[in-house]
Write a protein that binds this ligand. Structure first.
Ligand SMILES: C[S@@+](CC[C@H](N)C(=O)[O-])C[C@H]1O[C@@H](n2cnc3c(N)ncnc32)[C@H](O)[C@@H]1O
Length: 175
């Protein structure tokens, strides 16, 4: 969830070569509503948020613009990939599956919250969810929603001591 140009997704596809890989993204940049929501929720000074959202460097690095054929060409096993283009969670369109590994990298707390709400109940026992931006220096709501979700649902949460990661796992009965 949060594929952008597929630079991480292609490795997930490589290592989980025999699994279906769902690729969720608007592929057209960030939903405007999420940007505005995070801007007001962060409480950070306007100039800092402006830099994070609007500087050319940031826009060029992170805005999506890849076509589906180009994205699939980057994948090691394109036949195992299902592109889910659109704003999450609307883009789910009733999808039901069980997930072994979920990689959430979408920069904002609202889609992260929506993604946890959808994926965690469908995570296989012993499966993992990796959430980016947990230690985001500006968007502090991200850490709050992840911690709150994990506590409320009894999920095991392992902060990864890097700039931004956290891993959530569902521990199966008897493990
Ligand atoms: C930081 S980029 C992902 C980078 C990618 N994981 C990589 O390693 O190259 C974040 C992506 O999240 C997507 N995104 C953010 N909110 C979204 C939402 N609500 N629905 C769909 N895509 C979203 C953006 O379009 C953007 O491509």
């Amino acid at each position: 969830m949060g594929v952008n140009y597929g630079d991480t997704a292609k490795y997930i596809n490589f290592f989980f070569y025999n699994r279906t890989l769902y690729l969720f993204d608007t592929f057209e940049g960030y939903p405007q509503g999420d940007i505005e929501f995070e801007r007001s929720a962060s409480g950070a000074p306007d100039e800092t948020v402006k830099f994070e959202f609007e500087e050319d460097i940031w826009r060029h690095r992170y805005d999506s613009g890849i076509t589906e054929p180009d994205l699939l060409r980057k994948m090691y096993y394109p036949g195992k990939c299902v592109v889910k283009k659109g704003v999450f969670p609307e883009s789910l369109l009733g999808l039901e599956d069980c997930f072994a590994f979920v990689h959430i990298d979408c920069n904002f707390s609202k889609p992260i919250q929506d993604a946890l709400k959808y994926f965690y109940p469908r995570l296989a026992p012993g499966g993992y969810i990796c959430v980016h931006d947990y230690y985001h220096p500006i968007f502090s709501r991200i850490q709050a929603v992840v911690r709150e979700y994990a506590e409320r649902n009894g999920a095991a949460l392992v902060p990864v001591p890097s700039y931004e990661g956290v891993v959530i796992t569902k521990i199966s009965a008897g493990r």
